[in-house]
Ligand binder design. Sequence first.
Ligand code: 5GP
Ligand code: MG
Length: 173
Amino acid sequence: MKILLSEEQLRQGVEQLAREITEHYGHRPVTIIGILTGSVVLLADLIRQLDMPLRVGVIQARSYRGDTTTPGPLSVHADLLPEVADCDVLLVDDIFDSGQTLQRITGQLNALGPRSVRSVVLLRKARSRETAIEPDHVAFEIPDEFVVGFGLDYHDAYRNLPYLAVLEEAELD
Ligand code: 5GP
Ligand code: MG
């Protein structure tokens, strides 16, 4: 596997995100919502860099990828979502690809009466998209390739890699 971002680069990227988020919210309380499952590593690293009062919740999104690395229909499960009415909500996701996950979840949350909804992603792929929204904070722009590690999986594997790697054609089964 080709390493795209090292542990050290990722650490610096998360620090940069934490600085931007702190600059935006100051000491205001924030409700942080991680989008399962890919965001768990970023979520854990990021919240430990933040010192405003915060709550952590989760929502689940799945784009069924079947045997390929191409996304299919998106399903969202909000059963574990905490109360967000009148809260400043910050959505955390691993990667912004087509944008449909963040667009759908932002829309769903906005219907619940939050004070604000913003978003942070570790990665944004260089590609064209039809969605109207963009994440507010992005640590790294990456080429349009399928990546794994630091929370991102291929068939549920590789999430535990401490670095980000490109999964090459030969490794896709
Ligand atoms: P979007 O809805 O923006 O197209 O895709 C977001 C979701 O698709 C991410 O949360 C992630 O789960 C998955 N995804 C998109 N690109 C990649 C990738 O390169 N590698 C992996 N492992 N997942 C990806
Ligand atoms: Mg995901």
